[in-house]
Design a protein around this ligand. Structure first.
Ligand SMILES: [Zn+2]
Length: 348
């Protein structure tokens, strides 16, 4: 019996209602993770590949966060009774594709990740927010497109849509954020980065008087997350990672410079964090080891920033490129295409 047959049998044993796909290369089960999160799956949305091509993986078509390499640990977390998992079989699979399993060490941690989504319901007044974004980027983007980027038009809609039963600011603040700000849901869906879209002509409470305001969806979440434009990556291919300071910088890089390419490219707004911290996050937490980094700096960054990055990463086998907007009068990339003249050089 091949190891794939053994795994297939074992999965049928662990999940009695499992089905095979036509080619018998995958086993489909009702997603246990969806069930755990309160949306019971009756349509066998989780596909487990048996490892005919690369290492076995599990992948839920209802929720793209329910996926990963099928390690012993991962399989144990999918079943109600982990004792039933055949450790010998899982170890055998592991030694069969060592290279892929070795990398998974870096991706196990999934702390602080929530299942929230942006609300697809658009109100009449959201048109102003759409126009604000489009004007800054010099583009005409539809609501559908902007929802793909996890842009939040209404905080109250998002809270309702996800059945979140608590708020972490008072109602008056929530209403202000709802009216005068446009939001960006972070990659672990734990917080929203809000940008004030008024021209300072509306007097707002002190606690939200900054241009950017963070809103945590739960009070006790350990990590805010970063604003990352959703894209699709194959961890085993080279991935280009683009880093810029603000949310509009990274949106402009994505649309105006990289042709909205969502394949094997990652776009991150670093917010108030350092480039070092975010690069480390990509390698250690996101598990991206085969990467090339592109930093889109603000022209007024402190003198020590780039030499520090150079020193930190010089011994790693990664390359880091610096992009500068040399268009006269512009200081960063958060502008339309006609105001960008991109100059690139290799830092590491
Ligand atoms: Zn699922």
């Amino acid at each position: 019996m091949s190891i794939q047959d053994e795994l297939r049998n074992h999965l049928h044993y662990l999940f009695p209602d499992a089905k095979d796909n036509g080619a018998k290369t995958e086993v489909m089960i009702n997603c246990p993770l969806c069930k755990r999160e309160g949306h019971e799956d009756h349509g066998h949305h989780m596909y487990i590949s048996l490892g005919y091509k690369g290492a076995p993986q599990y992948n839920c078509f209802k929720d793209s966060t329910h996926k990963g390499l099928l390690t012993k640990e991962a399989l144990s977390s999918l079943v109600d009774n982990p004792v039933l998992v055949n450790d010998d079989l899982m170890d055998k699979l592991k030694s069969n594709s060592k290279r892929e399993y070795n990398r998974v060490r870096y991706t196990i941690r999934n702390n602080g990740k929530y299942n929230f989504k942006v609300s697809p319901y658009i109100r009449k007044e959201d048109e102003l927010k759409r126009q604000y974004i489009c004007k800054r980027l010099g583009l005409d983007l539809s609501f559908d497109e902007l929802l793909k980027d996890k842009i939040v038009f209404s905080l109250t809609n998002l809270i309702k849509y996800n059945y979140i039963n608590q708020i972490t600011r008072n109602e008056y603040i929530i209403n202000c954020l709802d009216k005068y700000f446009v939001g960006f849901l972070t990659n672990n869906n734990s917080s929203i980065i809000f940008r004030n879209i008024t021209n300072g002509d509306i007097k707002l409470p002190e606690s939200i008087s900054d241009r950017y305001v963070k809103y945590k969806l739960f009070n006790n979440n350990p990590f805010f997350g970063y604003y990352i434009i959703p894209s699709l990556c194959n961890l085993y291919d080279m991935i280009q990672i683009h880093l810029a300071e603000g949310t509009f910088d990274i949106l402009s890089v994505f649309y105006n410079l990289r042709n909205a390419n969502r394949k094997n490219n990652v776009y991150i707004s670093i917010g108030g964090n350092t480039y070092e911290k975010v690069i480390e996050y990509c390698i250690c937490e996101l598990g991206i080891v085969n990467a090339e980094f592109h930093i889109y700096i603000d022209n007024d960054i402190k003198k020590y920033v780039l030499p520090n990055i150079q020193r930190t990463f010089k011994n790693l086998e990664i390359s880091i490129w610096v992009h500068v907007n040399t268009f006269t009068g512009e200081k960063d990339f958060g502008v339309d295409k006609n105001h960008i003249r991109e100059y690139v050089y290799k830092l590491v």
